[in-house]
Design a protein around this ligand. Sequence first.
Ligand SMILES: Cc1ncc(COP(=O)(O)O)c(C=O)c1O
Length: 439
Amino acid sequence: MQKTIIDYNLVKNILTQSGIPSVGRASIRELVRIVNLIEEQSSTKFIRMEMGVPGVEPSSIGIEAEISALLNGVASKYPMIEGIKPLKTEISRFCRMFLDIDVSLESCIPTVGSMMGAMAAFLVANRTDRNKEGTLFIDPGFPVQKQQCKVLGQAYKTFDVYNYRGEKLRDKLESFLSEGKISTILYSNPNNPSWICFTDDELRIIGDLSQKYDVTIIEDLAYFAMDFRQDTSLPGVPPYQPTVAKYTDNYILLISSSKAFSYAGQRVGMMVISDVLFKRSYPDLKRYYSTDMFGYSMIYGALYALSSGTSHSAQYALAAMLKAANDGEFNFVSLVREYGEKAHVMKKLFTSYGFEIVYDKDMDVPIADGFYFTISYPGFTGVELVEELLYYGISAISLDITGSDRLEGLRACVSQVSGEQIQTLENRLRVFRNNHPVN
Ligand SMILES: Cc1ncc(COP(=O)(O)O)c(C=O)c1O
């Protein structure tokens, strides 16, 4: 047995002192804290794959627009809750150019990241019908959204979609929806963490069922245009980012700027509500809001109560980046394509040292290379593997906390791993494998 990469006792002490019963079940941010401590005390830089932080610089278009908005004095002014007109205009155009859908300006609303978009969506869409109880998550998924439901005291159900792809998805969804208790369905596409990408046939099934059971779809497009197998980067030119909005008018889209535009730090995202839903009346909303109107309750009920709008200057930044993208002057996808290239190299490395890709197939083809991939190692559960890899200077999260059925797996995020670290990763994987031989 070779020594581990980081001193065994040092890691063990930090884990014991952290007070967290099982580091493999810790939240992403808790794990970040522990890895920071190990890095600091061991003076060893980790291969950090636990958190989805953008790994590329944002375009100067956004930063310059934000600086000039600040110089023009927006910092002292409250923005309108529904968003500044230039941003609403560009979000609406963005929907036309990159999703091939029409939405009016009033239905395009900035939020403090998609995190807040989801919170506001739960606050309104899960309260439209007093006889319904909450959200159905098509998992695996982003753990914090379930935390949001918990914090709100709302119920939720989940299932792992891996074995219910294609036409099988219909029966699986109906088995939940037919009970009549589901208000909303939430999924991310491409999927965090598995990188499954729904086909148009599947989105049509979801859309059809949303009409049949009167359920609102919350489509989380945090990784917009990042299924790099298709080039969806050209405005007004097919193919477009697939969306359920093609198949139902009962939807809320959450379009994050964090990954596609590398603008995570400024906490600005977009919520797009279908025009039909925006104008719809739900008498049961009056239990919580001054009106029965969905869109009005979203803006002057939920978003007002949450933060009274989105950072004024960040709205100008996003408006400028969207305008440049819509005008065909800024190919935002070309900036993030390197994630896919990195995933390709890293997946090869992990598999050559005995790891397996957990969510390995997207329908009947190999899973695409994107922002995340999932791995397992023989003889370990995901929770055990998270902890074990910490001794080798590698951090990732367990699929256990994502609603996955695949408890042997980890989610690895490629964004923070630099090209220069690939050799280090290989060296560490070699030591890991030597210490944990498999046939
Ligand atoms: C699926 C998913 N939804 C939402 C978010 C949060 O996005 P934002 O930074 O816009 O709040 C993330 C971030 O990692 C995510 O992976």
